[in-house]
Design a protein around this ligand. Structure first.
Ligand SMILES: Nc1nc2c(ncn2[C@@H]2O[C@H](COP(=O)(O)OP(=O)(O)O)[C@@H](O)[C@H]2O)c(=O)[nH]1
Ligand SMILES: Nc1ncnc2c1ncn2[C@@H]1O[C@H](COP(=O)(O)OP(=O)(O)O)[C@@H](O)[C@H]1O
Length: 213
């Protein structure tokens, strides 16, 4: 199998579908850089940057950050690692963001995680996050070794403000109206989410087995 010189991949799926979890496994296995838009925003909130302070209420209410802000943020980060293979997690989330990305980069792969909304609601109420690294745990699925603390650093874990049930409902609605059209956009460009991986063999087939049912 011939791997492309530089892998430019996107992982998609509703909030709580496992993008962060699966990204961690993919990037470890294949040596890609993991760029998570949510982790970048939360790091800004935590560091109380101007951007973080401006975007906090929007994120806490389950709304999307404006497209121009988000595209500028991610494209800047990508420019800084030019020539490196990467996996984008959480971006693009709208067709406008997908177009902004397309103007600069040609993607090799789009992975889509398809998980029923009812399952998502259960997962998010038991998600615990290590904010500095973005590592996620679940009290049922992958609990930390010591309840409430990160396995690698021993630091405390947090429940995200936007994982409250009413905010999750709003985020799922925004996924349906604003993000699902991005899947159609990629299908129309023959970057068919999922089947593209199986057809091109960009990643070994072992990848398929780590993607949740
Ligand atoms: N039961 C189950 N839980 C999972 C699976 N993948 C991730 N999770 C948990 O579901 C929650 C959401 O996963 P996360 O990776 O943060 O999803 P994201 O919001 O799409 O990035 C976390 O608590 C994970 O530990 C899975 O395959 N099965
Ligand atoms: N590409 C994006 N465009 C607009 N807002 C975003 C984007 N990525 C993240 N956000 C904001 O950050 C929040 C958390 O994102 P993320 O951590 O990716 O959530 P999840 O992993 O649960 O899908 C989103 O609900 C949204 O408010």
């Amino acid at each position: 199998m011939v791997l492309p010189r530089v892998i430019r991949a996107v992982i998609m799926g509703p909030p709580g579908s496992g993008k962060g979890t699966v990204s961690g496994r993919i990037t470890k296995t294949f040596g890609l850089k993991h760029i998570s838009s949510g982790d970048i925003l939360r790091a800004n909130i935590n560091a109380q940057t101007e951007l973080g302070l401006l975007m906090k209420s929007c994120i806490d209410q389950g709304q999307l950050v404006p497209d121009d802000v988000m595209s500028r943020l991610i494209l800047n980060d990508l420019r800084a690692i030019d020539g490196t293979s990467w996996l984008l997690d959480g971006f693009p989330r709208t067709v406008s963001q997908a177009e902004a990305l397309d103007d600069v980069y040609t993607l090799n792969t789009v992975v889509n995680l398809n998980v029923p909304f009812q399952t998502i609601k259960q997962r998010l109420t038991s998600r615990w996050t290590h904010l500095p690294s973005g590592r996620v745990y679940n009290t049922d699925f992958n609990p930390p070794k010591v309840p409430g603390f990160d396995d690698e650093t021993g630091e405390p874990l947090f429940q995200r403000d936007d994982d409250r049930p009413e905010t999750v409902t709003r985020r799922l609605k925004s996924y349906e109206t604003q993000t699902e059209p991005v899947l159609e956009y990629y299908r129309s460009k023959e970057l068919s989410p999922f089947s593209h991986i199986l057809n091109t063999g960009i990643f070994p087939s072992a990848l398929v087995s780590i993607i949740p049912e």
